[in-house]
Design a protein around this ligand. Sequence first.
Ligand SMILES: Cc1cc2nc3c(=O)[nH]c(=O)nc-3n(C[C@H](O)[C@H](O)[C@H](O)COP(=O)(O)O)c2cc1C
Length: 124
Amino acid sequence: MPYPEDYLETVEQARQERDSGRERALEAKVSNIAGYDTVFLGFPIWGETAPPVIRAFLSAHDLSGKTLIPFVTHGGYGLGNSRSVLASHAPKARLRDGFVMEADQERRTMNQVNDWLSGIKVSG
Ligand SMILES: Cc1cc2nc3c(=O)[nH]c(=O)nc-3n(C[C@H](O)[C@H](O)[C@H](O)COP(=O)(O)O)c2cc1C
């Protein structure tokens, strides 16, 4: 099931999935994960943590003994508890610091555009 088109509905659904610990169904698994020594795992921060599908990916693949390198974007609030989620879902992986950067924040864009629109007066 795809997430809703509406941003705020998606945020709400992601929050529920976070709080319930529910995992998303994976569309596919990596069939020969045993053949890799290093896994780069990229994701955005959702609800101050890793998105549900990232938990699902880690639960579905055995990363024991592998080097796990996250590369993460967030909307200005940082990594949240995502590192401890990685550590608990891939307990036998060697978790590296990886890469973090602030990226677009839909909520900020939405609020600023809405503020602007409600503050201007146009005629006609
Ligand atoms: C459902 C949802 C929840 C989000 N929660 C957070 C959050 O808790 N903290 C934060 O800094 N950014 C949050 N964001 C912003 C995303 O981290 C940001 O949009 C993303 O890193 C940008 O990368 P993308 O364009 O690949 O999604 C959230 C975005 C979505 C869609």
